[in-house]
Design a protein around this ligand. Sequence first.
Ligand code: DOR
Ligand code: ZN
Length: 420
Amino acid sequence: MSSFVLRGVSVLGGAPTDLFIRDGVISSEAPDAEIIDAAGLVALPGLVDLHTHLREPGREDAETVETGSRAAALGGYTAVFAMANTSPVADTAGVVEQVWRLGREAGLVDVQPIGAVTVGLAGKQLAELGAMATSAAGVRIFSDDGFCVADPRLMRRALEYVKAFDGIIAQHAEEPRLTEGAQMHEGEVSTRLGLTGWPAVAEEAIIARDVLLAEHVGSRLHVCHVSTAGSVEVLRQAKARGVRVTAEVTPHHLLLTDELAASYDPVFKVNPPLRTASDVHALREALIEGVIDVVATDHAPHAVEDKECEWAYARPGMVGLETALPVVLSVLGERWELIADRMSRTPAKIAGLTGHGTDLAVGSPANLTLVDPSARRVVDPAELASRSRNTPYAGTTLPGRIVATFLRGVPTVLDGKAVK
Ligand code: DOR
Ligand code: ZN
């Protein structure tokens, strides 16, 4: 196994130093190492995404485990959690093991499958949570993402079930009766455009219910893609009471607003929808404070025919793996400790993922990414490694370039290009 020295690198924004990688781990020396000139570059622990849609099995025309893994590596990720809304749904040990195996074969990031909470994401009966947990994939996080586990009794049962093995229910918080026919955020812009609105309260009501259920059961709840200022307040109160709840925000909800829907370009259609500037402000503050624990991409690749059509018929979702860190850099600035915490350390901790999100001390597995913060890049959809092109940032200049990524000491990205 080859060894590397990252010469003159800044670890998490600290003074320039040499970082040695040998036999897959951070080392105090590495004889005969390949030298990488890392002057001006920042090393972060490899990013960990708790919310990625890889589309395999079923929609390999939109993404595969391999193409999504490559996009992840290029975005600085070393681990991603693959959502269960595939076809067939990842609601059995067989399907989660298939995804897990495909991830290992691609070998570009650690792919950890998320299991469905209910059979077929239909919200009617619990899936085989225990069988998925004890499978080779070792599933710890369960989610019906794309759909809300709307039935409170089923949600309670799911929380009770996973408590035995310290599992997590990751909720897509959307009260379905309040969002029937919804096309975008309900507010001034939706009124102006005459589009059916998705009210903030549809998210907030489910989060309020679920933190109470999690508190009652004493179990762990994770809230996917928090998008409103009101949700932040519900989470703040729950955390103050000691409820075992964690939450994520997407890069797009930290940057973009519902005004973009006025273009009628479906690239801006996403679920939950883009909200108002004051929501964006509250989400940023919550992330800095830690009321929102992590950034997760909700990378949602869609084939051209599902996206380049009339707004009402377009599928919701945007690709995000390759632009997440640049977007977060543009929002937070070069606060490397904060970025490492919200994009690597805390997501790894929430998921119980060892070897990722480390402090890059000697002996740690060499899962890391090298960023050039001085670079600027105009996002070109044609250059994305993802099989889909539905980025909302086409033509936008974003700061930061991922120069290299290492998975257990093996480079997956070098010179900003995928190694395989
Ligand atoms: O915008 C979204 N796209 N939100 C979801 O909850 C699901 C996702 C998808 O699977 O495309
Ligand atoms: Zn979702």
